[in-house]
Design a protein. Structure first.
Length: 205
């Protein structure tokens, strides 16, 4: 039996046209938007964030809610990060691109994913990516972001610090992320599905 693979697509025009969800800030914002559940790596990100240089111009922004919210809030408090880690709670799907437009560095420490749609939404918003190298993110990001071994908090912190310290590096990965995202558009998804149907109909004649 033959199978086909058509990737989910993102709306590049919507990503380009939306406004930031948060007011502008002099701080560099590291962001993560995901359900707060086991395997999503929020705890790893908080621990990595705690290892960064004590720069008061950096903050960590979480979007999303879930059963681990209270645990993560307590962890941030225990690590004396309560003033630097912000929990926005549920983000309406229509505001996803606006969330990413408010972020300077996107971090995805998820241990496993079905497909990297969320990381592509950040990339379409021209946000540089640091992520765990799970298969989904490896496929989506390829060489357009910084991928580190799954569960390696030290490597996560090191990669984030490099982007914080080097504005030119952030700009480079912004460009690479946007270019890569253009391979996963809504239009390419529609064309992919249409091509599959054409092939099936042609073979059945």
């Amino acid at each position: 039996m033959r199978t086909w693979c058509v990737h989910n697509g993102i709306d590049m025009s919507e990503a380009a046209g939306c406004l930031p969800l948060l007011p502008s800030s002099r701080k560099i914002r590291i962001g993560y938007l995901a359900r707060m559940s086991e395997g999503k790596g929020h705890e790893d990100l908080i621990k990595a964030f705690a290892k960064l240089g004590k720069d008061e111009d950096v903050e960590l922004i979480f979007g999303g809610d879930g059963k681990m919210m209270t645990f993560l809030q307590n962890l941030a408090k225990e690590m004396d990060l309560v003033d630097k880690v912000k929990f926005l709670g549920f983000i309406d799907p229509k505001d996803v691109f606006s969330f990413w437009k408010s972020i300077d560095i996107a971090c995805f420490p998820s241990y496993t994913e079905g497909f990297g749609l969320s990381v592509l939404e950040a990339m379409a918003s021209r946000v540089p990516i640091v992520a765990y190298a799970n298969p989904a993110f490896t496929e989506a990001v390829a060489g357009a972001g910084i991928l580190v071994p799954i569960g390696d908090v030290e490597a996560l912190a090191h990669s984030l610090q490099n982007l914080l310290d080097d504005g030119d590096l952030r700009l480079r990965y912004q460009r690479l992320a946007y270019e890569r995202a253009q391979n996963f558009t809504k239009e390419s998804m529609v064309e992919g599905v249409t091509s599959v149907y054409r092939e099936i109909l042609s073979a059945s004649r």
